[in-house]
Design a protein around this ligand. Structure first.
Ligand code: ZN
Ligand code: ZN
Length: 116
């Protein structure tokens, strides 16, 4: 089984965390989230991950280590993922853009990180 780690941001706490993803029938499932030191993320190359998938949560996905969210928003501007707690007005934890974020069930191209 292929597995990788993508980075997500928690906009409420402005902290970064890693999400372990596993390939499952040609798609990617989010299986585990854990606090991630940003320096370590860069050192391990997690900030360079680029993966296409729909990133559904697995049944036992534990959610964001800071706010507990199991949902995410995909930022159309920077291509990264942030926690989503069902707010109507949403903020990208990476680039700070508000509003212009789409939630989708389509496959998305995630860029994990960059400037963390
Ligand atoms: Zn969060
Ligand atoms: Zn963004």
């Amino acid at each position: 089984m292929r597995a990788d780690v993508i980075l997500m941001k928690c906009p409420e706490t402005k902290r970064t965390y890693g999400v372990r993803i596993e390939e499952c029938r040609g798609d990617w499932l989010r299986t585990w989230a854990f606090p991630m030191d940003e320096k370590r993320a860069v050192r391990e190359g997690y900030n360079k991950t680029k993966i296409t998938g729909d990133f559904s949560a697995s049944e036992d996905f534990n959610g964001c280590p800071y706010c507990g969210s199991k949902d995410f928003v995909f930022c159309g501007r920077c291509g990264k993922l942030s926690c989503w707690n069902k707010e109507e007005r949403i903020t990208c934890g990476w680039c700070g853009i508000t509003g212009d974020i789409t939630t989708t069930t389509e496959k998305i191209n995630v860029k994990s990180g960059g400037d963390v």
